[in-house]
Design a protein around this ligand. Structure first.
Ligand code: ZN
Length: 476
């Protein structure tokens, strides 16, 4: 029986997409709802999100931002005020047309993002340079009517935070855009143990209405990329469309410079696909709802359960500790804790009690350690730190192994077909080449990395003078 549970997961090298679906369902992260493409985030999945959210919220506030809440509904006229923005989002907007039985005089859209709501509000509350900067953030849900959907990765409705800020100068807006990209990169690398590449989106891939978009890109186990967070310098586009003006230090009327930036529940999908294995989830200790699971062995024997509960109590102030004292067999409990990606399993049985020891088992490597009870707290702290680091190092090594520089289209196609991963190639800067590459290889430009390298002098596609190195990949 215990074995069955694991056998029910598809092998990841056999069918990665099916493996992913199996894991999100079996680890009890989500359930499907009756609306196509919507997901129910179950308590275990939500607890992971809350840990990510808390870590990010702390950094958002530490960098001087305040949380606010904007309405869910946007009048159509408001959405249409910024031309590029509405063009970019129109195909995936959901509309409310009726209130009860009554048809509305103006349709309302369910926010796909809230730039226009913030812009309208900022117009009302910003008058002077003394009102700047305005550094707002909101935690909310948004709706985008996606055609194909997958839990966490692409759903009709998802959770996120969106930051929206106003500044006196373009330089201030630029610095904010960089600062928040760094915050995202730090959350990914330090908390989620996902290494990222930082760079700029091409004109084609940038946010609708932005001056430019910065992004962090990460690489999944199957060699596909995932955009993991974006930070946009909006320039004065929205501010001009909405008339957000202020009197500057010389008493002259100026237009504000804006930014926006977002980080979503997609990142949970990334975390699953970066760290998971054939036994299920592997969670970085920093976000694991349970970091240590105590499993009593031969729990029917006298004193075992008491000792297990005592351990849990003793460790509770330092770690997130769970206990499985159910009547399931230990083998079942082991499999279940592996499926759920719990970083450390702590086994305690009659013999361990007698010898004042416990057995610790790492989820990431399967390694077993016998530890004296008096050293347990120190050992656990060290172990969790080591697991966090090991996950990051492994993911980074994987990305390095799966990053290939190419100099011709032939080499591009061959490498992508054989290896997947990040393809580094020089680009002339013309969208025609970007389009052709996508058409011929299905790879999209992920970013123009900040860390540039001059691989050659010619564009991989047209052979004309190259401007920049671009990272290309098939992406989620
Ligand atoms: Zn070209």
């Amino acid at each position: 029986m215990a074995k069955n549970m694991v056998e029910q997961i598809t092998n990841m090298d056999e069918d990665f997409a099916q493996w992913y679906t199996d894991v999100v369902l079996k680890a009890e992260l989500v359930d499907y709802s009756s609306v196509r493409g919507s997901m129910i985030i179950r308590p275990y999945g939500y607890a992971i999100w809350e840990n990510i959210k808390n870590a990010l919220d702390t950094e958002i506030k530490a960098t001087g931002h305040e949380n606010v809440y904007m309405p869910l509904l946007i009048p159509e006229s408001l959405l249409q005020k910024e031309k590029d923005h509405i063009e970019g989002f129109a195909p995936e907007v959901a509309w409310v047309t009726h209130g009860g039985d009554e048809e509305l005089a103006e349709r309302l859209c369910i926010r796909p993002t809230s730039e226009v709501l913030f812009a309208e509000h900022y117009k009302n509350i910003i008058h002077s340079y003394r009102d700047l900067p305005k550094l707002y953030n909101q935690w909310a849900n948004v709706v985008r009517w996606e055609k194909t959907t997958r839990p966490f990765l692409r759903t009709l409705e998802f959770l996120w935070q969106e930051g929206h800020t106003c500044h006196e100068t373009d330089q201030d807006a630029h610095e904010e855009t960089v600062k928040m990209l760094e915050v995202y990169a730090d959350i990914c690398e330090r908390v989620l143990a996902i290494p990222v590449v930082k760079g700029q989106k091409t004109e084609k891939e940038k946010f609708a209405g932005a001056k430019y978009t910065y992004t962090i890109e990460s690489l999944m186990h199957d060699g596909k990329a995932l955009q993991s967070g974006t930070s946009h310098n909006l320039g004065t586009g929205f501010a001009k469309a909405f008339g957000i003006e202020f009197l500057d230090r010389d008493g002259k009327l100026q237009t504000v410079h804006q930014t926006s930036w977002g980080f979503t529940t997609r990142i949970i999908g990334a975390m699953i696909m970066v760290h998971g294995d054939d036994k299920g989830l592997v969670l970085p200790p920093a976000v694991a709802p349970t970091q240590v699971l105590v499993v009593p062995i031969a729990q029917h024997k006298e004193g075992v359960l008491d000792a297990a509960y005592e351990l849990q109590k003793a460790l509770k102030s330092k770690f997130r500790v769970g206990i499985d004292a159910s009547d399931k067999k230990p083998g079942w409990k082991f499999n279940e804790s592996e499926m759920k990606g719990i970083p450390v399993r702590l086994e305690i049985g009659p013999r361990d009690i007698e010898e004042n020891k416990v057995v610790l088992v790492r989820r990431d490597t399967g390694e077993k350690l016998t530890v004296e009870q008096q050293n347990l707290e120190t050992e656990l702290a060290r172990l969790l730190e080591d697991i966090q680091k090991n996950l990051y190092d492994k993911a980074l090594q994987h990305r390095i192994n799966k990053t290939h520089a190419v100099e011709s289209m032939e080499e591009f196609k061959e490498t992508l077909a054989k290896e997947g991963g990040f393809i580094e190639a020089m680009w002339c800067g013309k969208q025609a080449c970007e389009d052709r590459i996508k058409e011929e290889t299905q790879a999209t430009s992920r970013c123009i990395p900040f860390e540039q390298e001059r691989l050659s002098e010619t564009c991989v596609c047209c052979g004309e003078g190259a401007e920049q190195l671009v990272i290309w990949a098939k992406a989620y």
